[in-house]
Write a protein that binds this ligand. Structure first.
Ligand SMILES: *Cc1c(COP(=O)(O)O)cnc(C)c1O
Length: 833
């Protein structure tokens, strides 16, 4: 069943959604609508419109199309009366929405043409849209991919989060150091959202609790502070416009904008104090990744959005079904990490205090409604709140948590568990370091399912953080390996490759990612390889241009692009990569006539503002880069670049231009990773450890198409048990010793020779992240990558096989699994072909 080329091309256009029939009419209509929006919404005409004005007019035109389906989707889910899914997440790392919406509605080609008739370039509009960066990294990006997949699979779902005025900080680099600046994504308005001033809830804090006289569990909470939560809705359109769901983000404000009496008395600052305090809740995203912020404002954010979301979903439930006791049948609430876990106590409060249910029934409903996703095993990342803070801010919730805990421990005792160690380890209250509420335990107990995000991570959860809870509730933990939406990470980010694939195997993969497998047949095909290579080359040239424009560094698009982009964190081991870079540098200088594979080492990523060690690693990348990039004896064989301000839109440029994907975390520490999936899908080969979803990646792409190295999670544990003094390891590796000596002696930091001394000391005496232990194996894997790169035929075969075999990592697959095993809701696929 081979198609002719022109048939295939037609179907590719169909892939862009360009319905050929009525195409011309449709373009004219779009053009008129864009012009109409331009005039009515910006107050400008063609002659004076800026790129931003055109962006706004185009976005509003697209939004109109989304809105029609949005209303239909809501009506449909109402009519069917099926269970709704609520995805609660403190982070949604969305990125830009213009291309996403165009693509999913099949409007890309038509809008491009409509605009070009107005002398406007769609690519310029694409670039002017600010990223919605309401998240730190992988966790927030997962939430965004899930929203898109839920709409694609017609799961009736709402996302709930906070509408931060300022998302993740903008990173600027000065003299190699990271500086943070507030990000201002709303400065020019947000065409995608609908403010819903009529949807507002009062959220209480503090105050006191009064017992009811009847002796039941119900109490009356009298908060002494009220903040209002106001809804802002963003429609999320699924692939081919299948369904449109709602992302509802809450903004905080004071019930009264100012105190007039105080204002009139002349104290203008005090008059607005309540407003400032209330608005601070949705002012800014906490910029920490894998470590909790631990501050009162953070707890206020968590309760604020959890409480508003529950009020909203209960209102919707009662409006439709009229009966609080059917809540669990009609609603599933997924907690993205423990950040919204206070919702479990809030649900109990609402059911018991407000809706007057008996405690046991309330608990049954709560457990059957909630489920929880764990994202990290790092002990320092497990969220807990000091009891005194909880008592002051949420006194009724603290009582409820105590009662949940008492009943939980009673049940265990009456089932014969009397071991004090076990009971204290599964208690909701941590008595070790001051008394603290364990949010992971609350989330676990209040949920019917708890999931990890890769097979390895789930297995380790059962052995480590939730070992004792798992022994008591062996059916609760399940695995749901993460995924990514192919619409953004292949179709939009890499249109060249998408087109090539479609021309080669037909467009079925657009609706069924497993169909990518058909590429296996052409993995060794000379002509296909040449075309794939040419796509990658163009992407690399485009990235090289970005590098030159932003950094004034010239890189050779023929070199191997070796890419390490993600949050900067010790466990992600950017440091290991830098040390290997220095080793390469030494090698090149020591062998002036040897033939090396030319490489460009590309780094990007943000460090939490308070994470000293991570910021020092950024500085080191710059220090090492400056020396290498300016040393003529390197002969252009090695370049090191750090692209500032990593974000979704930058990732969309970098990943399709990558040859080698660095996924080198200390085994056992990366829960899943999703960057690894994006790279493999775009044909980069992975160099990585057996960590997170890399394990499953290897199973799927095959051993010979991935460079795996280093200690396994189990070996890391054994190593650590024996102590993390690395002196013997370093002594046994002359190459590593050279590298560390040069760092410690200031070869890369003439202005401050001691800058890396302490860091080298830590590696030498306390190498918790196993950088030294994995160093030689990493270098060896890199040399294997060199050998493979020289055999271009073999490299490209592996590259194509990577793309062919990672269909399983589609977030549609992940969502279908959540829907079946956890939420118990149907999914529906709409396919065009
Ligand atoms: C995918 C993604 C991440 C997560 O990357 P990992 O390599 O899995 O840590 C972080 N930030 C952005 C902008 C992303 O797109």
């Amino acid at each position: 069943m081979t198609e002719t080329k022109s048939q295939a091309e037609l179907r590719v256009h169909a892939a862009e959604g360009d319905e050929r029939e009525n195409a011309q009419e449709r373009i004219v209509e779009l053009r008129e609508q864009i012009l109409a929006h331009l005039i009515s919404k910006t107050g400008r005409d063609r002659s004076s419109a800026s790129t931003r004005d055109w962006f706004l007019a185009t976005a509003l035109t697209v939004r109109d199309r989304i809105v029609e389906r949005w209303i239909d989707s809501k009506q449909e889910s109402f009519d069917q009366g099926q269970r709704r899914v609520y995805y609660l997440s403190l982070e949604f790392l969305i990125g830009r929405l213009l291309m996403d919406s165009l693509n999913n509605l099949g409007l890309t080609a038509s809008v491009r043409e409509a605009l070009s008739g107005l002398d406007v370039d769609l690519e310029e509009l694409r670039e002017i849209e600010p990223d919605a960066a309401l998240g730190n990294g992988g966790l927030g990006r997962l939430a965004a991919c899930f929203m898109e997949s839920m709409a694609t699979l017609s799961v009736a779902a709402y996302g709930y989060g906070i509408r931060y005025d300022h998302g993740l900080f903008r990173q600027a680099i000065k003299d190699g150091w990271q500086h943070e600046y507030p990000e201002d994504w709303l400065a020019f308005g947000n065409p995608w959202e609908f403010p819903r001033p009529e949807i507002e809830y009062e959220i209480g804090f503090g105050g006191s609790v009064e017992a009811k006289a009847d002796g039941r569990a119900a109490q009356i909470w009298k908060p002494n502070e009220i903040v209002e939560a106001v809804a802002y809705d963003t429609p999320v359109a699924g692939w081919r416009g299948a369904s449109v769901n709602t992302l509802r983000l809450w903004r905080s404000r004071a019930p009264d904008p100012l105190r007039l009496d105080v204002f009139n008395a002349g104290d203008y600052v005090a008059a607005q104090a309540d407003q400032v305090r209330a608005e601070s809740i949705s002012k800014v995203l906490y910029p920490s990744d894998s470590t909790p912020a631990g501050l009162e404002l953070r707890l206020r954010q968590e309760y604020f959005f959890a409480a508003a979301s529950l009020k909203d979903l209960i209102r919707r439930h009662l409006a439709q079904h009229g009966d609080i006791t059917t809540l669990a049948e009609k609603n599933a609430i997924q907690l993205n990490d423990t950040h919204p876990a206070i919702a479990i106590a809030e649900m109990m409060r609402l059911l018991v205090d407000v809706y007057a249910l008996e405690w046991d029934e309330a608990w049954r409903i709560t457990q059957q409604t909630f489920s929880y996703t764990n994202h990290t095993l790092l002990p320092e990342a497990l969220e807990s709140w000091a009891v005194p803070l909880m008592e002051r801010l949420l006194p009724r919730h603290m009582q409820i948590i105590y009662l949940i805990n008492a009943l939980h421990l009673d049940r265990l005792r009456s089932a014969g568990h009397h071991d004090w160690g076990l009971l204290s380890s599964v208690s909701l209250i941590d008595e070790h370091s001051g008394r603290r509420v364990r949010m992971g335990t609350l989330a676990f107990l209040g949920s019917h399912k708890v999931n990890g995000v890769s097979q390895l991570h789930t297995d380790l959860m059962k052995e480590t953080v939730f070992r004792d809870l798992h022994s008591l509730y062996p059916d609760r933990i399940v695995n749901k390996t993460n995924g990514i939406t192919f619409r953004r990470w292949l179709f939009e980010a890499n249109p060249g490759l998408t087109r090539l694939i479609s021309e080669t195997i037909g467009p079925a993969f657009l609706d069924d990612p497993e169909a990518l497998r058909k590429l296996e047949a052409v993995a060794a095909d000379k002509e296909f390889q040449a075309r794939a290579m040419s796509v990658k080359q163009k992407n690399k040239e485009a990235l090289a241009k970005i590098i030159t424009d932003r950094l004034l560094i010239k890189v050779d698009p023929d070199a191997l692009f070796d890419v390490h982009v993600k949050r900067i964190h010790e466990y992600k081991r950017q440091l290991l990569n830098v040390l290997e870079t220095i080793a390469c540098y030494n090698d090149i200088r020591a062998h002036p006539t040897k033939d090396f594979v030319p490489r460009v080492k590309i780094f990007a990523g943000k460090a939490a503002a308070s994470y000293h060690q991570a910021k020092l690693i950024i500085k080191m990348i710059h220090d090492v880069g400056r020396v290498i990039n300016n040393d003529p004896s390197v002969r252009g064989l090695l370049k090191v670049v750090f692209l500032p301000n990593f974000c979704v839109s930058l990732a969309e440029r970098i990943i399709p231009a990558s040859d080698l994907s660095e996924q080198i975390s200390t085994a056992g520490m990366e829960a899943s990773g999703t960057g690894n999936m994006k790279f493999a899908l775009n044909g980069a080969l992975t160099i990585g450890t057996l960590d997170g979803a890399n394990v499953e990646l290897r199973e799927r792409v095959g051993d010979e198409n991935i460079f795996i190295f280093g200690l396994t999670a189990e070996e890391v544990q054994n190593h650590r048990a024996q102590g993390i003094d690395a002196r013997a390891t370093i002594a046994g590796s002359p190459v590593l010793k050279d590298v560390l000596d040069s760092l410690a002696s200031g070869v890369f930091s003439h202005d401050d020779r001691d800058r890396y001394k302490q860091l080298v000391d830590i590696l030498t005496y306390h190498d918790h992240f196993m950088v030294t232990a994995d160093f030689d194996a990493y270098c060896e894997a890199q040399r294997l990558a060199d050998i493979r790169w020289r055999d271009r035929k073999s490299w490209w075969r592996s590259s194509i096989l990577n793309t062919a075999r990672v269909g399983w990592f589609s977030s549609d697959r992940t969502i279908a699994e959540y829907a079946e095993d956890i939420w118990r809701v149907p999914v529906r696929t709409v396919s065009k072909s």
